[in-house]
Write a protein that binds this ligand. Structure first.
Ligand code: NCD
Length: 325
């Protein structure tokens, strides 16, 4: 079946008003907006499964991907999302740009802004980089991951994957496990899942648990089997060695023994448990291939698919605001 390409106002008019110029943090959103974005993304999932995947909601618009950290999924899904909505999409690689000659983030942003992009998508190792940029440019800014702070589109695609698997988010018991300390994915997911009525647990060794997590309204566990007991979703996090400035975990083999999700530990979770991971995975460190590749439990490939649709929803919502300028 072919879904006829709906006009922007028709799609958004059916869903929700999105009055924001930027998409920087889950903290900025409310449940109506999250539900609206998820509904919109659901429509884009159907579109993306068709032979002809292209709409012109963002026709004439320019999107710039500015990724200061490596990325496979996030960068390519934003690029595809932009293209599927009809935008011109440019990928700026800091390694081949003047940034490698010492230009500052702000100088680069102001330079790119002068080329009149409509949406700038930024990933940067410094927490707060995306909101700093948003204050300096006249276009919309999307945070594609800033340091250890937030990764809001990842939380949105994770919520979409869960809602499609379970038919709801409210009431789900979700365990986010592993290197919570260095994870922007964990922070954005805690915010979104709590806002939508899920019960969130954080599970990991004390050295990899943020000191302030006790104030997030989540339950904290330092034993994987205990932490995932009775959970609907077990979300594993990558051991983020590049963010550690000392030894915070034992050897990778030891880490796997205590914190790696394998079939035997997973048996402690609920009977219909689904396993998630934002990628890239360290197989045999935080997750066993046997679990990661089992399509009866793993949502990891769904997450990648949902990433494109969720990012299309964010782009479409921001573009509607641009149209009303
Ligand atoms: C995550 C990130 O970059 O924060 N990955 C992603 O966006 N797919 C998680 C990670 O790097 O471990």
């Amino acid at each position: 079946m072919t879904v006829s390409p709906p006009g922007l106002s028709e799609v958004l008019g059916r869903t929700f008003p999105f009055p924001r110029r930027h998409f920087l943090s889950i903290q900025d959103l409310n449940p109506v907006e999250v539900t609206g974005l998820l509904d919109l993304a659901d429509g884009f999932v159907s579109l993306n499964r068709q032979t002809s995947k292209k709409l012109d909601l963002l026709k004439g618009r320019t999107l710039m991907n500015l990724f200061f950290e490596n990325s496979t999924r996030t960068q390519s899904s934003f690029e595809l999302a932009g293209k599927r909505l009809g935008a011109d999409t440019v990928n700026m690689s800091p390694r081949s740009s003047s940034i490698s000659k010492g230009e500052t983030l702000i100088d680069t942003a102001v330079t790119l802004n002068a080329m009149q992009p409509d949406i700038l998508i930024i990933r940067h190792a410094a927490s707060g980089a995306a909101s700093l940029l948003a204050q300096k440019v006249s276009c919309s800014v999307i945070n594609a991951g800033d340091g250890q702070h937030e990764h809001p589109t990842q939380a949105l695609l994770d919520a979409l994957s869960m809602r499609r698997a379970f038919g709801r988010i409210a009431g789900l018991r979700v365990a986010i496990c592993g290197d919570v300390l260095h994870s922007r994915v964990a922070r954005s997911n805690v915010g979104l899942l709590q806002m939508m009525g899920a019960e969130v647990r954080l599970v990991g060794p004390p050295t990899l648990m943020p000191a302030e997590a006790g104030r997030w309204g989540v339950s904290i566990f330092h034993d994987l089997r205990e932490g995932i007991t009775g959970c609907d979703v077990v979300m594993m996090l990558r051991l983020q060695l590049e963010r550690m400035d000392g030894v915070m975990a034992p050897s990778q083999r030891e880490y796997f023994r205590f914190w790696g999700l394998d079939r035997e530990k997973l048996a402690c979770a609920g009977p219909h448990v689904r396993v998630m991971h934002p990628g890239p995975m360290n197989r045999g460190v935080e997750i066993d291939s046997d679990v990661a590749d089992d399509l009866n439990v793993s949502l990891i490939q769904d997450q990648v698919e949902m990433g494109v649709a969720a990012r299309m929803a964010v782009l479409a919502a921001l573009a509607a605001r641009l149209d009303n300028n």
